[in-house]
Design a protein around this ligand. Structure first.
Ligand SMILES: [Fe+2]
Length: 384
């Protein structure tokens, strides 16, 4: 009898939970946030907690909004969870406003589809990049290691809408366990505070290669060529993002035979050489490289850093870059151009501070600030 009652109770709980799940209205549960911005395109990313037909309603000044949906292999994109809507053909340096929309698909059969509610986000706006922009302002933080409140305190000290982009320079989370962590520990804070309107550029850190969900991390971003290494232009500056990978040798016991960063760094180096031969790089007046692990010539260093110095250092030296911005060491450090070993100066930002930068005619100005907004360091790089 007792066992019978327990079974009935379990069945009732299961039915109630199922009814609650069915009752819960569909929602846009994360985002939107913007990714992969260029002079002519943008990707709007958001998530729903149900199966939908996603889209973006894009408005340009004085024009009726147009609905943009993506398709692949002849099929319009539908799905659950993360949605990415790529928009191309935009005008350089132009402001656009948008709303994301999601049409619920209640039932999707071969010969019948039942649509449900249509959801809309609030209205947001963004600007495409422009070669004509005279001042380029950006904010960088790194090594936050799951502390979303720290991101919040950096943002408190930042004039968000003056920034051209925010650069998350690696180890924003300590390792990658699941989707909840990715949203809760950084993306939600960024999306709510700035990333619905200002680009959130992501650089992978060595800690973000660890954990059983690390192979899914890329799904939450949109990168050119679907790689963690990429480049973009704003104003007169070419920005290059490198993925410096893990710090220890691939066969180190900590990785359990599950990494292959020597091959990856070699593949990325070929891309870097191509990038540096491109007109976008060659024609840029200013060249700034972001890398989580510093590319620096030092006598004694761990495997990853030694590999980077040996293979990447000479390529970057030859390309005559103006500045490298890094994290990883958890200490602020300014390394003069004569001391990096490769002719460029480097600023390393600690895990307790953030970096604000302005690229202007003839110079790059940089401030390291703490969570109270107090100036910790200030440097100017005079452009050649
Ligand atoms: Fe790191």
């Amino acid at each position: 009898m007792k066992q019978y009652l327990v079974t009935v109770l379990i069945v009732l709980i299961a039915i109630t939970a199922n009814l609650n799940a069915q009752d819960k209205p569909l929602s846009i549960n994360h985002g939107p946030y913007i990714q992969n911005v260029s002079g002519s395109g943008v990707t709007i990313v958001f998530s729903t907690d149900g199966y939908v037909l996603p889209g973006v309603l894009l408005s340009e000044s004085n024009k009726e909004p147009r609905l943009i949906r993506n398709s692949h292999d002849g099929l319009v994109n539908v799905g659950n969870g993360v949605h990415k809507v790529r928009i191309e053909g935009l005008m350089e340096g132009q402001q656009y406003s948008y709303k994301v929309m999601a049409v619920e698909i209640k039932d999707h059969q071969a010969y019948s589809v039942t649509y449900g509610d249509t959801l809309y986000s609030g209205k947001h706006s963004f600007s495409t990049f422009s070669a004509e922009k005279e001042l380029v302002k950006f904010t960088m933080f790194n090594d936050v290691h799951d502390n979303a409140a720290k991101i919040g305190s950096y943002l408190e000290q930042t004039k968000i809408d003056e920034q051209d982009f925010f650069l998350l320079n690696g180890d924003i989370i300590g390792h990658v366990d699941d989707e909840y962590q990715i949203y809760h520990n950084f993306i939600d804070t960024c999306a709510n505070r700035f990333a619905s309107r200002i680009p959130m550029m992501y650089v992978r850190g060595n800690h973000e290669t660890r954990g059983n969900y690390a192979r899914q991390l890329k799904n939450y971003f949109d990168f050119d060529n679907d790689k963690y290494y990429y480049a973009f232009t704003q104003g007169n500056t070419r920005f290059i993002v490198l993925d410096t990978g893990e710090d220890k040798p691939d066969n180190h016991g900590e990785y359990f035979g599950l990494v292959d960063f020597d091959t990856y760094r070699a593949e990325q180096l070929e891309w870097l050489k191509q990038e540096m031969a491109s007109p976008e790089f060659q024609n840029a007046e200013v060249k700034i490289v972001f890398a989580h692990i510093p590319v620096l010539k030092v006598d004694k260093s761990w495997h990853g850093m030694a590999q980077l110095a040996k293979h990447y250092g000479p390529v970057l030296k030859k390309a005559d870059i103006d500045l490298m911005l890094c994290g990883h060491t958890h200490q602020n450090a300014w390394v003069d151009a004569k001391k990096t070993g490769f002719g460029y100066p480097m600023m390393i930002c600690s895990n307790e501070d953030f970096l604000a930068a302005i690229v202007e005619k003839g110079q790059i100005k940089m401030w390291i600030k703490n969570q109270k907004g107090e100036e910790v360091d200030y440097k100017v790089v005079k452009l050649k």
